[in-house]
Ligand binder design. Structure first.
Ligand SMILES: Cc1ncc(C[n+]2csc(CCOP(=O)(O)OP(=O)(O)O)c2C)c(N)n1
Ligand SMILES: [Mg+2]
Length: 376
């Protein structure tokens, strides 16, 4: 039977929630929201964000020089990624999208291992079987990066469910973009986490774009945080370019999850200052003005201004830091580039515990084939 709904009986969208922030564009903290973190922690976050920025600059150059095949960076999104990772506890697990390498490095994933992955050499933990930037860092409680959008969301929910069943004090955090909210996995993960009240955080990096699709065309929801309403998952909007705000809200959500309060959806409102990846040219679809505005709100510069106000950072320290990090990057690049590629035979290994005969035959044919001959 068709039921005609009287116009006006469907309630309008929930009103857009206020954006939680601490720092203004000049790095001045609002005393009402300031989490009053130890300065050593703020400095550590700043240094990790700056190191990430220097890495992105260098890796993009290496790609343009044809020395690595691909790079997907996080310029402009460093606070959203690194300050949230800093607010997680050591035992908590990160289920990343492809932009979260900064979170792994913050957890002391070695820069050399990252660089080995970028060159896909014999020392790469993924053994050259993955694209560059698709690292795995188990020691850092950082799961493998996969290219398909959204798959990590259900994995994080499932891992949190297992932790809950085993009474382990573990919180999981899935990172994903605005575009990923259109994936099946987002809906499945949110529903599951809501129903089972799982200790998990949905860290939704709204960077304005899903490659060339603007975030306002991705969804008719008034805000991305509103999406939590349908699943009974509290949603909150945070200025994702404000490291202190990101830290404060993430910390609160971790504490709530760890004490049985259930999941939280955190919309980290940020901006993708660079291209989607080294394979993308944003000039084809976005105005230059756009990125000028983003420059003003740069999360790295904002946190630096904050530290300078507190007399905890100076121009001299900045120069020394840049020199030190660039030297560290140079050493890692040199080593990674000099290392041999993985052997062709290794492509066939580690799929089965005992290699079946047909695979062994293919391996032998491949090893004897033209790809292993010099100058092929
Ligand atoms: C299942 C799936 N569909 C499509 C793609 C192609 N793809 C790669 S990145 C991307 C956009 C993702 O945007 P968003 O989730 O906002 O993340 P961002 O890149 O902005 O961080 C798409 C559609 C994919 N990798 N996986
Ligand atoms: Mg996006």
């Amino acid at each position: 039977m068709n039921v005609l709904v009287k116009p006006g009986s469907i309630p309008p969208n929930a009103p857009s929630r206020k954006l939680f922030s601490v720092l203004d564009d000049n790095g001045q903290a609002d005393p009402e929201t300031d989490p009053k973190l130890e300065l050593a922690l703020v400095r550590r976050m700043y240094e990790a964000m700056m190191r990430n920025r220097l890495l992105d600059v260098r890796l993009m150059k290496l790609q343009r020089q044809g020395r690595i095949g691909f790079h997907v960076g996080s310029e402009g999104e460093e606070a959203a990624i690194i300050a949230s990772a800093a607010a997680l506890r050591e035992q908590d697990w990160i289920f990343p999208c492809y932009r979260e390498i900064g979170a792994a490095l913050y957890r002391n994933f070695p820069l050399q291992s990252y660089m080995d992955n970028m060159f896909g050499n014999v020392n790469d933990l993924a053994k050259g079987r993955q694209m560059p930037d698709h690292v795995t860092a188990r020691q850092a409680h950082f799961t493998s990066i996969t290219a398909p959008i959204g798959t990590q969301i259900t994995q994080a929910a499932g891992f949190a469910w297992a932790a809950k069943i085993k009474h382990q004090d573990v919180v999981t955090a899935s990172y994903f973009g605005d575009g990923a909210t259109s994936s099946n996995d987002f809906h499945a993960g949110m529903n599951f986490a809501g129903v089972f009240q799982l200790p998990t955080l949905f860290l939704l990096r709204n960077n304005g774009w899903a490659i060339s699709i603007p975030s306002e065309h991705q969804s008719r929801s008034r805000t991305y945080a509103d999406k939590g309403l349908a699943y009974g998952v509290p949603g909150v909007r945070v200025d994702g370019n404000d490291a202190l705000a990101v830290y404060a809200i993430t910390r609160e959500a971790v504490q709530r999850a760890a004490s049985g309060g259930g999941p939280t959806l955190i919309e980290l409102c940020t901006y993708r200052a660079g291209p989607h990846s080294s394979s993308d040219d944003p000039n084809a679809y976005r105005e230059a003005m756009d990125s000028e505005e983003a420059q003003k709100r740069d999360p790295v510069k904002r946190l630096r201004r904050h530290l300078e106000r507190l007399q905890c950072w100076s121009e001299a320290e900045q120069l020394a830091f840049e020199e030190r990090v660039n030297a560290e990057i140079n050493v890692c690049v040199e080593k990674a580039e000099a290392a041999a590629p993985p052997s062709i035979a290794s492509m066939f290994e580690e799929v089965f515990e005992h290699m079946p005969p047909h695979l062994a035959q293919q391996q032998a044919q491949c090893v004897d084939g033209p790809r292993t001959r010099k100058r092929h």
